[in-house]
Design a protein around this ligand. Structure first.
Ligand SMILES: Nc1ncnc2c1ncn2[C@@H]1O[C@H](COP(=O)(O)OP(=O)(O)OP(=O)(O)O)[C@@H](O)[C@H]1O
Ligand SMILES: [Mg+2]
Length: 227
């Protein structure tokens, strides 16, 4: 369970997140929507402790997430896949997975290959020569190497062709179902994302303005002007 209690975050004078409270239970699938600049990335950063100073508190299964100590927080079971393809382009696929799992069980790479056979087939290929969608899968695989209980994903499907978007989202569903990993996903493609989550949050100018079931949000298209 990842819990935000009245979390506010700022960049200098700019308030990017204002008194956000929410909790993500074990195994949940949650989407975060909102306009550009609404605070979605900032919210994920607070979740893994990548915002150095915040007001309020974030905790993971009762343990406080220490702002600024990302490596410590990931050891609590939080995986973070930042915006953009974050792979080591001049290293091979397997080396990338190995580095990601350095502080964890390296043998877990076989489990990642089971989930993404495409990566197993390309284990010796340079990450930079993978297609955009394949790099995204690798970034996901790297996050999985820490065997997280909760995975925070910042626009994992942006810029990908529709069929690849479906692939990425289907992979997330599979990870959630087979490994019981909770999924928190920021995504612009609302139509493709709503069916794979059970709950949706909407941020507007740093405030949480909606927290409800994805089915309900799918029916209420008048709310869609918020993102
Ligand atoms: N490093 C930074 N320094 C200063 N301001 C920042 C920084 N990062 C974000 N901001 C500001 O904080 C606000 C929230 O940004 P954030 O990146 O969380 O939005 P977002 O919802 O993820 O947007 P997008 O959909 O464009 O990714 C924006 O107004 C942004 O300009
Ligand atoms: Mg963002």
């Amino acid at each position: 369970m990842l819990e935000f209690r009245a979390v506010s975050a700022r960049y200098g004078k700019l308030a990017a997140l204002i008194e956000v409270s929410l909790s993500v239970p074990d195994g949940a699938r949650v989407a975060i929507f909102g306009h550009n600049g609404a605070g979605k990335t900032t919210l994920l950063k607070c979740g893994v402790g990548a915002m150095p100073g915040i007001d309020g508190e974030v905790s993971c299964n009762g343990t406080r997430i220490v702002p600024g100590a990302v490596y410590r927080n990931t050891r609590l079971g939080i995986g973070f896949v930042p915006q953009g393809h974050n792979v080591f382009k001049n290293l091979g696929v397997e080396r990338n997975l190995g580095i990601a799992g350095l502080l964890h069980d390296k043998r877990f790479v076989e489990r990642v290959y089971e989930l993404f056979p495409m990566l197993a087939e390309r284990r010796a290929q340079l990450a930079g020569s993978l297609s955009g969608g394949q790099q995204q899968m690798l970034a996901l695989g790297m996050a999985l190497m820490t065997q997280p209980r909760i995975l925070l994903l910042d626009e994992p499907a942006t810029g990908l062709a529709p069929v690849i978007v479906e692939n990425v989202l289907a992979s997330l569903l599979r990870i959630n179902e087979t490994m019981k990993t909770a999924i928190v996903i920021v995504e612009q493609n609302v139509k493709a994302t709503l069916p794979v989550v059970e709950r949706a949050l909407i941020l507007k100018a740093g405030r949480l303005v909606w927290d409800g079931s994805s089915a309900e949000l799918a029916r209420k298209e008048d709310l869609w002007t918020w993102f």
